[in-house]
Design a protein. Structure first.
Length: 166
């Protein structure tokens, strides 16, 4: 990440979405994201799931089958040219998916994690486990995406939103 991300300020859209029940899962769909974006094409998208209780800050998500993004949603985000995906979930993928990582692979345009393709989106990031307070309204922001300068493929990050005044 230290070698791939050289810019730290991005246009961002904050959207709130209530995951849909699909069988025993709760899923964020392409249609929900497309509708919430309303035609906007920001550099970053911040997805706040509803309901949005403060318990998200300290929940133990292990073995709870938390909500996740369907693969089509991740593909849509990639095709919109969105480079940074921030979610308040423990993962964009299903907790037990047999290592498929469909949303991660779709977003980064990676076909096989063991042999990365030339058109993989190395300049893009996924930030999981964020929390967006209720007082912060859906809409357009400037995102300052700060991260620890590790020589690694992952890093702790500190996203900061600035409201865009019109």
């Amino acid at each position: 990440i230290n070698q791939c991300l050289k810019q730290f300020f991005f246009t961002a859209e904050l959207i709130s979405v209530e995951p849909k029940a699909v069988g025993e899962d709760l899923v964020i769909t392409k249609e929900q994201i497309e509708s919430a974006l309303g035609g906007n094409s920001p550099e970053a998208i911040i997805i706040r799931t509803l309901p949005n209780s403060e318990s998200k800050k300290h929940l133990n998500y292990s073995n709870t089958n938390p909500p996740y993004l369907e693969e089509a949603a991740a593909i849509f985000i990639k095709e919109k040219g969105i480079q940074h995906l921030l979610v308040d979930l423990p993962s964009v993928d299903k907790e037990h998916d047999e290592g498929k990582l469909l949303a991660h692979k779709a977003f980064w345009n990676v076909k096989d994690v063991n042999q990365v393709n030339q058109d993989a989106r190395f300049n893009c990031t996924i930030t999981e486990m964020i929390y967006v307070n209720e007082e912060i309204k859906d809409g357009s922001y400037l995102l300052n995406l700060q991260f620890a300068s590790f020589e690694n493929d992952a890093s702790p990050s500190k996203p900061i939103l600035y409201k865009i005044e019109k």
